[in-house]
Each structure stands twice: as C-alpha cells, then as structure tokens.
Design a protein around this ligand. Structure first.
Ligand code: FES
Length: 111
C-alpha cells in the first residue's frame, strides 16, 4: 500500500462490487468521494447530516471508524432500514486505518 492511499470495497444497490482507491490526504468525505466516482447519491443536504440520502451500511471495518456524532445518530434513527452498521457517508473522513473497509450503498434515491 502506498502511503495515504487506501482501498475500500463498495457494493452498489444492484449488488455489484468494486474496489475504490482513496487518497487519505484529501479533505473529502466518503460521500463526496462516492459521488466523484459516479455512484448515485443524492446528498440533498450537501453533507450536513440532514437528509440521510448518503446512508451506507458498513459491512467490514466498522470498528476502524470514529464513532458517530449525536447528530448523525439522530438522523440515522429516522431511517426505517438503518441498523447498528449504518453510517452517513458525508460524516466519514477516511484515514489509513480504514484500509480494507467494505460498505454497501443504501441511501434513498428520492429524499
Ligand atoms: S449528504 Fe445529507 S446526510 Fe449525508
């Protein structure tokens, strides 16, 4: 692994899976990275933890993430399909320790 470049697995809504290489020295959230990689995420609120359309399920590597804030948890609480592996991608800034993480995109396509 190059310094500051990690790989994460991304499962799309249709079940297709890809590996994304993500530089960790850019100041972008996982939501912004997924959108830049052409995944369909509405991100209606622009990354303010207010719309939940960037909902992802963390399949592997949940323990390597910083804990969710109260605001993120409150927003996740509004989702019928959220569980204890759910996070808002706009609140996640990945670091080298997140290498090998795997997520599934779950956010609604209509807010
Ligand atoms: S983009 Fe709206 S909650 Fe993440």
């Amino acid at each position: 692994m190059e310094d500051n470049l990690i790989k994460i697995g991304v499962v799309d809504r249709d079940g297709s899976e890809n590996i994304l290489e993500i530089p960790t020295d850019i100041n972008l959230s996982l939501m912004e990275i997924l959108r830049a990689s052409e995944y369909e995420i509405l991100a209606t609120c622009g990354g303010m933890a207010l719309c939940a359309t960037c909902h992802v399920e963390v399949i592997e590597g949940l323990e390597s993430l910083a804990p969710a804030s109260d605001q993120e948890l409150d927003m996740l609480d509004t989702l019928p399909d959220a569980d204890d592996q759910s996070r808002l991608a706009c609140q996640l800034y990945l670091q080298n320790c997140n290498n090998g993480m795997k997520i599934k995109i779950k956010g609604a396509l209509q807010s």
